[in-house]
Design a protein around this ligand. Structure first.
Ligand SMILES: [Zn+2]
Length: 297
């Protein structure tokens, strides 16, 4: 089925994840590595049967763990600032939500406020407008509306940043369309929020040298990928590393993701993505038709 969310079939991914977490636990006895700054990302926080939805109960358990372990939790812009200043010695986690689902405001925000955490939400402006939709849903879950986004952004706990206009696979677009998806999303979001928008999230984490260049040229200071790993001072701010938290992650998996046990991609992930998305294989033609169904979050 084309266009579904997860990068690997969910059950297989959970098994491989669990094995990687167990190795981390044996290797480190659960000691949390603090050598740099890790960014964790979610999509939805809801009880729905959806490969992108972490349950509110698990989300609370995860955030409570971070609070109890003494982590400072910051949005992506603040994470980038800390990296630039070289201030990553304290326990710090960058947090973000992709795509702008309504359940993030409902189930995650109250907890973040309670704990004093901050997070970025990356929104595709055309999908929020309702002129585009996520191709991997037959029934798309409710998204935040513009008036809610403007209000929440001003309130301070959630900071909204750009995630293209229609959430395409940028690698498959001609130069002009890719430029419009990147630069146009910045302009549209800035017009709504009334402030400068500095961070861009590559849809599905798919990007190459051209996309990175277009993001820089559009005036973004920060770009986030879906490549796992730790960000250290001097890191490429236009290709920051992030690790997704999955619905099936146990608390051990989450601890391992926080503590450095999942800094390497899962086995076979790169092969899978190459086969599925043609990643790394630059499209030669500049007149390829757009393929809106070959996208994922
Ligand atoms: Zn997305």
């Amino acid at each position: 089925m084309s266009g579904l969310g997860p990068t690997l079939p969910a059950s297989g991914k959970a098994i491989v994840t669990r094995a990687q977490s167990a190795r981390w636990l044996m290797r480190t006895r659960g000691r949390l590595d603090q050598s740099g700054l890790r960014i964790l990302f979610y999509h939805r926080v809801a009880d729905d049967r959806d490969a992108l939805a972490v349950s509110p109960r698990r989300f609370r358990e995860q955030m409570d763990f971070l609070a109890a372990a003494g982590y400072r939790v910051v949005d992506v812009a603040e994470a980038a600032r800390l990296l630039v200043r070289g201030e990553v010695s304290r326990k710090t986690i960058g947090l973000n939500f992709d795509d702008g689902y309504l359940d993030v405001a409902k189930h995650a925000l109250p907890l973040l406020e309670e704990l004093g955490f901050r997070a970025t939400v990356f929104v595709p402006t055309g999908v929020i407008d309702g002129t585009a939709s996520f191709g991997w849903y037959s029934r798309q879950p409710p998204l935040l509306a513009w008036d809610e986004i403007v209000e929440l952004d001003a309130a301070g706990t959630l900071r909204f940043e750009a995630h293209s206009i229609t959430h395409p696979n940028l690698l498959r677009l001609d130069d002009e369309t890719a430029r419009e998806e990147i630069a146009g999303s910045k302009l549209a979001l800035e017009a709504r929020l009334g402030r400068s928008v500095d961070a861009f999230c590559y849809p599905a984490g798919l990007f190459g040298e051209r996309e990175r260049r277009l993001v820089a040229k559009a005036g973004f200071a920060i770009g986030v990928s879906c490549e796992p790993g730790v960000n250290v001072p001097g890191a490429d701010l236009l290709a920051l590393r992030r690790r997704q938290v999955d619905p099936r992650d146990s608390l051990l998996d989450f601890r391992a993701k926080v503590g450095g046990g999942h800094d390497a991609p899962l086995p076979l992930r790169n092969l899978y993505r190459r086969l599925r998305y043609g990643e790394g294989r630059r499209m030669q033609s500049t007149r390829l038709p757009r393929r809106p169904h070959e996208i994922r979050p």
